[in-house]
Design a protein around this ligand. Structure first.
Ligand SMILES: Cc1ncc(C[n+]2csc(CCOP(=O)(O)OP(=O)(O)O)c2C)c(N)n1
Ligand SMILES: [Mg+2]
Length: 437
């Protein structure tokens, strides 16, 4: 630029008046790449897996700064020998162990049946939680029944653990005349206020600020109920995750923030959400929140961590962020084919095993269960799910027309339907009639 304001030289000189020394390397970006792709033999032998019982258990009122190591470790209770070990062992009564085993098995049987129903064209969409059942079932048993859950689409185990009727879930999946949500939500996006199960949203992580807000309201009213939210590891990349953490930290909100790290976000691996740099539990460190990293396939560890966080929240000692380290054993949804992007044997090589098999082994090891009873339970549950599905199908399946009347889509927004909606509703009915529908 000259004194009179005229430009001199070319544009690049203008943009970079002080050229760097010529010996610097060109800048570049790191693009994460998963370790195994289709055709690769998965090998997790270099995983650092602490022994069950090895992780210390701080007091529920511990300052986040005094328990940072827990955000980088892995709380584990169940060993390969089926025994429970260490300070995190929740020492649950046999009755609770068997209830959790049944709820996980029912969740899996339900998933199997509904997946098949989608393949048979009875519904448009389904999402399984195979391999991740301990995350939701363990938490549901550690929370109070009236604590409020803000789940993602992979925590159907909460509803099942809270004994919500599975026919109600099936009616929603079939969007039939028994669907309490009247076909207004995508299949599997349940809403059950009476079960403390907030409406699932397809927009990832919106449930996080909602959970924090709900828990703030609970505290503002002097209530004793806490909230818990779940999102996937991929979803932690959403802005909502971070604003929720900020509010939770600032106001010491009585909330549990669960991150279900199942390694995959549809076809993107966890590295794209930051897993190569640090753990997801370590997000807590930056916000000054208590952070726990837990073996998500060990239901006793999940239960113990959730109870720890719930006691902490109830004592006004602040929120907890829990990373559940697990593995999405199947496809993301019925619309996905994981064979296109990940190694076929990743699941079978997963070093933390299967959550149902691990709890079963424990129950057998402590003498309250056996293989025959497990087989009988699996058979009974499969039959019960099949019979219930038949009942639900009588209320209608996809394409059979047994849904709520079309005009009902205008209802339930306003207490009194305003005139312009009435007009639109009538117009729709007239058009349907004219078309002979
Ligand atoms: C805001 C938003 N962005 C993108 C999507 C599309 N989407 C649906 S599920 C999903 C992957 C989420 O992965 P993760 O959070 O790890 O949960 P997971 O499915 O593994 O349980 C994506 C990208 C969406 N539904 N909402
Ligand atoms: Mg995921």
């Amino acid at each position: 630029m000259t004194q009179t304001g005229e430009r001199t030289g070319d544009a690049s000189e203008m943009a970079r008046p002080n050229m760097p020394p010529p010996n610097l390397p060109p800048l570049s970006l790191h693009v994460p790449e998963p370790r195994f792709r289709p055709g690769d033999e998965a090998d997790f032998s270099d995983f650092d897996i602490p022994a069950p019982g090895a992780t210390p258990r701080p007091d529920e009122s511990a300052a986040p700064a005094d328990m940072r190591d827990l955000a980088y470790g892995l709380v584990r209770v169940l060993g390969d020998d089926g025994q429970a070990a260490g300070p995190w062992n929740p020492r649950l009564p046999a009755e609770t162990l068997l209830k959790m085993l049944r709820a996980m098995a029912l969740t899996r049987a339900f998933d199997e049946r509904m997946f098949r129903a989608q393949r048979q064209g009875k519904t448009s969409f389904y999402m399984k939680s195979t391999g991740e059942e301990a995350v939701s079932v363990g938490a549901a048993h550690a929370l109070q029944r009236d604590d409020m859950c803000f789940p993602s689409y992979r925590q159907q185990g909460i509803l099942i653990a809270r004994d919500w009727p599975i026919i109600d879930m099936m009616n929603q999946i079939y969007s039939n005349k028994g669907d309490r949500l009247k076909g207004r939500q995508l299949p599997i996006m349940y809403s059950a206020r009476e079960a403390g199960f907030f409406s699932i949203s397809g927009n990832l992580t919106t449930q996080y600020p909602q959970a924090v807000g709900w828990a703030m309201a609970s505290a503002a009213r002097g209530d004793t109920r806490i909230a818990a939210a779940w999102c996937g590891e991929g979803s932690t990349a959403e802005g909502d995750f971070h604003s929720a953490c900020t509010f939770a930290s600032v106001y010491r909100v009585p909330v549990i923030l669960n991150v279900v790290n199942n390694q995959w976000a549809i076809s993107s691996f966890s590295g794209f959400a930051g897993a190569e740099a640090t753990t997801f539990a370590a997000r807590a460190v930056g916000y000054g929140i208590a952070g726990l990293r837990v073996d998500g396939n060990d239901i006793l560890a999940v239960h113990a961590a959730t109870r720890w966080a719930a006691d902490r929240a109830r004592a006004n000692a602040g929120p907890t962020l829990i990373e559940h380290f697990t593995y999405r054993a199947e496809g993301h949804s019925t619309s996905d084919d994981p064979g296109a992007y990940r190694s076929a044997n990743e699941g079978s090589h997963w070093p933390l095993g299967d959550p149902i098999a691990r709890l079963k082994r424990h129950c057998i090891a402590i003498g309250i269960w056996d293989e025959d009873r497990q087989a009988a339970m699996d058979r009974d549950l499969a039959e019960m799910v099949r019979d219930t599905a038949r009942q639900a199908e009588k209320n209608g399946i996809l394409g059979h027309g047994l849904h709520h009347p079309m005009e009902s889509m205008f209802e339930d927004v306003f207490e009194e339907m305003p005139w312009h909606l009435k007009e639109q509703q009538q117009q729709m009915l007239d058009e349907q009639k004219a078309a002979g529908l």
